[in-house]
Design a protein. Structure first.
Length: 390
């Protein structure tokens, strides 16, 4: 259950008039004064997860008083009137609280910088994940440890409805994806029967099975598809809903989802803070918080990368894998494709390996150790099989 009483709040919308924004700013100041918060929170909703190319379209923020257990959350839409002034005001309000709490702090800092509003008061920021982790025993989730994601943690420790709005947005993305895929299926019908090298089975026309089978092979990319099909699939990929892009989802639903992210973050921090301190983790907390900005700057600068050389290596590696697959077929004596486990077992049985129920990596190593040491064909077959990932 929620530990903090969250007050009704307002949204700063991009369709608001300047007068409406001024009224909402006055209300924000009044509510801040009334609550007199000791902690604040911030989160961004973005058009993806790339820390350099993506940008936030919505900034969610909130304030909480852990003594009186009162809090309030807001949404600030990028593009609203007086956006610049609103950001500066919010940052000043954050500065007057003990800490500004994030969840995955470095990502949100990248997003703020990407729109030209890097948070300046970085000596008073933290990540709720630090406190959550230090308030619990060092166990994996399978061993009964704490969940790693905000929604999973909130669903287990704060509210069983914590994933409600995440599911609503997930369903919307799923419906858009289904509609886009239905269009692709119709468009593929005009291309007739695919060449043998593209067939997943014995299909008489291009299907989703053909396309999925093509992309299942990691050495393939869309540019290897035949003319016509290539352009159609590229359009499908371009229109496919990015699971990390929330910008074009129902904005009202996204705003509710975003506000709850602030609620879950501050509620999680509220629960974890006293436990972490009782465990005398102050020194570790300081080390972790002091590392936030150096780690952020490292991520932001990145490192030099020779793209031309990498693409050249990619082509060479693809050619090498294709050749090794031909070698594999020669050793096997039959044509093999990815995930043809029954044929792999058939090859091994023909080579004298009996009772081969599985062909995963562990089993293949066991076969080499127990039955295949003196069988050159089996040794070559298994080593080549592992190398090309068939």
């Amino acid at each position: 259950m929620l530990k903090i009483n969250w007050l009704h709040s307002v949204d700063f919308n991009n369709y608001d008039s300047p007068e409406a924004i001024i009224t909402k700013v006055r209300r924000l100041k009044a509510e801040f004064k009334k609550i007199n918060p000791d902690y604040s929170g911030l989160d961004t909703e973005t058009n993806g997860l790339h820390i350099k190319n993506c940008k936030p379209f919505l900034i969610s923020f909130g304030f909480a008083n852990f003594t009186t257990k009162q809090g309030v959350v807001y949404n600030l839409e990028r593009g609203c009137p007086y956006f610049d002034r609103c950001i500066k005001l919010i940052y000043e309000l954050f500065r007057s609280t003990k800490l500004l709490v994030f969840f995955n702090v470095k990502f949100d800092l990248h997003m703020l910088e990407n729109i030209g509003y890097m948070y300046p008061y970085t000596d008073k920021i933290t990540d709720a994940k630090i406190y959550i982790r230090l308030a619990a025993d060092a166990k994996s989730k399978k061993e009964g440890g704490i969940p790693e994601t905000l929604k999973d943690f909130a669903a287990q420790y704060i509210s069983p409805d914590a994933k409600k709005y995440e599911k609503i947005l997930s369903d919307e993305r799923k419906n858009k994806k289904l509609a886009n895929t239905r269009k692709l299926k119709e468009d593929l019908k005009k291309f007739g029967e695919p060449p043998a090298e593209f067939k997943a089975d014995n299909e008489k026309s291009w299907t989703m099975k053909t396309i999925n089978n093509f992309f299942q092979d990691k050495i393939n990319d869309v540019n290897l598809l035949p003319d016509g099909v290539r352009e159609t699939v590229k359009e499908w990929l371009a229109n496919s809903e990015d699971p990390d892009n929330y910008e074009f989802l129902d904005r009202k639903k996204v705003k509710i989802y975003a506000k709850y992210d602030i609620v879950w973050t501050l509620e999680a921090f509220y629960r974890a803070l006293p436990v972490a301190l009782a465990r005398q983790q102050q020194e570790t907390i300081k080390i972790e918080e002091d590392a936030i900005m150096p780690m952020y700057r490292m991520e932001n600068v990145g490192f030099k990368f020779n793209l031309e050389y990498a693409l050249e290596c990619k082509d060479k590696l693809r050619s090498y894998i294709i050749q090794r697959r031909l070698d594999l077929c020669n050793i096997a004596g039959i044509k093999l494709k990815s995930n043809q486990h029954a044929k792999v077992k058939e090859v091994l049985e023909n080579a004298g390996i009996l009772n081969c129920d599985k062909v995963n990596k562990g089993t293949l190593h066991q076969i080499l150790e127990t039955q295949g040491k003196d069988n050159e064909r089996v040794k070559d077959f298994i080593s080549t099989l592992e190398e090309v990932g068939t």
